[in-house]
Write a protein that binds this ligand. Structure first.
Ligand SMILES: NC(=O)c1ccc[n+]([C@@H]2O[C@H](COP(=O)([O-])OP(=O)(O)OC[C@H]3O[C@@H](n4cnc5c(N)ncnc54)[C@H](O)[C@@H]3O)[C@@H](O)[C@H]2O)c1
Ligand SMILES: N[C@H](CO)Cc1c[nH]c[nH+]1
Ligand SMILES: [Zn+2]
Length: 434
């Protein structure tokens, strides 16, 4: 059974804080293992990459064999049945359309002094896209990363994906083809992140690494940040369902398990205002676990990281939702109630409204991005978007009059900071001594 909490009970605050404080993806062990792998790949390049790929993915190849040749990609992609191809194409079109709408516009602004100020956006030169593949293949994650990178105009997109036992997934290859990845490398985990960050003899380094992954991938991204940019920490998946008693318990159970089945470290939480309904959902989860293909992973996740929280009033549950700051929040209630609660929620990666918007629709075809912040990172971060593949440059242009107006204040501040050369570079243009 998962943890059961009652928000009206006296010990709630202590138990809830302990639940929030649990660390599912940054335990010291993971960090230590990842530190060694990253340092080793940085030092020994391809030789280390090949060794770790053999150890973790059971792929025995030399460095040349790590790159997927275009012909192999095409041959595999051609095997994908028409229905799945159409589904991927539909998803790609919808993701592209939504992400085009997120493209920021350059800004130009002239203030009252005549100073021209601007901000312009330019695409990154190169990105490395991590596509998970350790326990399941994620063609949808290929689209979620590569399509926005293309919309932004990134020139070089290097995709990495682990291939357990050396098996390449045809749908992942097709998704890479549809979205337009430039390079595909069959590597994963911390070693892939390190190779993208520092480069090896065969893999050119990139400027930024994006994409979700397990705890090892998330820890590696944290570690290489600074050498390269990273998008956000998109680790083991999470779902928080706020459901009233008018839902079918089987629907809610299915939603909770949809994220539990990703990873034993995933987190599924139910917030309900009716004890009998919450119990019925718990029973429905147990019965669904008897037939689910990934029941081992989903069951472990539900029992170890799951929670059922009883609240007196769902309409007032936003503060609890915010403290969990989940990757996905589902509001399974009447549309007006869902809209009202949605307005109150401040911390969530994505919010799904109403009884007919299961989170899984956002994983695949809604058009929004499924690479979203986990481990409460929704407090300070949103999901992956076009902006992650762009950088902003500020532009400043002063006329002589504008400099004459603004210069004295800058000069005063430079003098206050004791930075003489700063002051001089302004004063010299104002024909003054500083
Ligand atoms: N938050 C999001 O937006 C989002 C989106 C999609 C997927 N996900 C998450 O991605 C993850 C996918 O995980 P996965 O494991 O299937 O694939 P993965 O590609 O993330 O990880 C596989 C790699 O992990 C490394 N690894 C595994 N065990 C290791 C060990 N003991 N020591 C060192 N390295 C080890 C190996 O190198 C292996 O290649 C799940 O946690 C899922 O929830 C998150
Ligand atoms: N739910 C995952 C994000 O947390 C994304 C995904 C990919 N495939 C299925 N689901
Ligand atoms: Zn999912």
């Amino acid at each position: 059974m998962p943890l059961e909490l009652d928000a009206s009970a006296p010990g709630f605050e202590k138990e809830f804080s302990a639940f929030l404080g649990r660390n599912r993806d940054t335990d010291e062990n993971v960090d230590r293992i990842v530190a060694d792998i990253v340092a080793d790949v940085r030092k020994r390049g391809d030789a280390a990459l090949v060794e770790y790929t053999k150890k973790f993915d059971r792929l025995d190849t030399d460095a040349k064999g790590l790159r997927v040749p275009d012909a192999e990609r095409r041959a595999l992609a051609a095997r994908v049945p028409a229905e799945q191809r159409r589904a991927l194409e539909l998803a790609a079109r919808r993701i592209e359309a939504f992400h085009r709408s997120l493209l920021p516009k350059d800004v130009e602004f002239t203030d009252t002094t005549g100073t021209r100020l601007g901000a312009r956006y330019r695409p990154l030169d190169s990105v490395g896209v991590y596509v998970p593949g350790g326990t399941a293949a994620y063609p949808s994650s290929v689209l979620m990363n590569v399509v926005p990178a293309k919309v932004a105009g990134v020139k070089r997109i290097a995709m990495v994906v682990p291939t357990p036992d050396g098996v390449l997934n045809p749908l992942v290859m097709l998704a890479a083809e549809i979205a337009g990845a430039d390079e595909i490398w069959r590597i994963g985990g911390a070693q892939a992140v390190a190779a993208l960050a520092y480069g090896t003899e065969t893999i050119g380094p990139v400027d930024k690494i994006t994409g979700p992954g397990n705890a090892f991938v998330a820890a590696a991204k944290r570690r290489v940040f600074g050498q390269v940019g990273i998008d956000l920490i998109a680790g083991p998946s999470e779902i928080l369902v706020v459901a009233d008693r008018h839902n079918d318990p089987a629907w809610i159970a299915a939603d909770l398990l949809s994220q539990a089945e990703h990873d034993a470290s995933s987190q599924s939480v139910l917030i309900a205002d009716d004890k009998e309904f919450a119990r019925a959902v718990g029973r429905a989860v147990e019965s669904e676990l008897k037939v689910l293909p990934r029941a081992g992973i989903a069951g472990a996740s539900w029992r170890d990281n799951g929670a059922i929280i009883l609240v007196p009033d769902l309409g007032a549950s936003a503060p609890i939702v915010d403290r969990i700051a989940a990757e996905h929040v589902e509001l399974a209630m009447e549309p007006a109630a869902a809209d009202a609660l949605c307005r109150e929620i401040r911390h969530a990666g994505a919010i799904f409204l109403g009884r007919h918007t299961p989170e899984a629709i956002g994983d695949y075809v809604a058009g929004t991005n499924h690479v979203l912040p986990t481990s409460r990172a929704a407090r300070f971060s949103g999901g992956l978007g076009v902006a992650d593949f762009l950088k902003r440059t500020s532009i400043v242009s002063c006329t002589p009059d504008a400099l004459a107006e603004l210069g004295p204040a800058a000069l005063a501040l430079a003098e206050a900071e004791g930075l003489g050369a700063h002051g001089r570079s302004i004063a010299i243009r104002l024909n003054r001594r500083s």
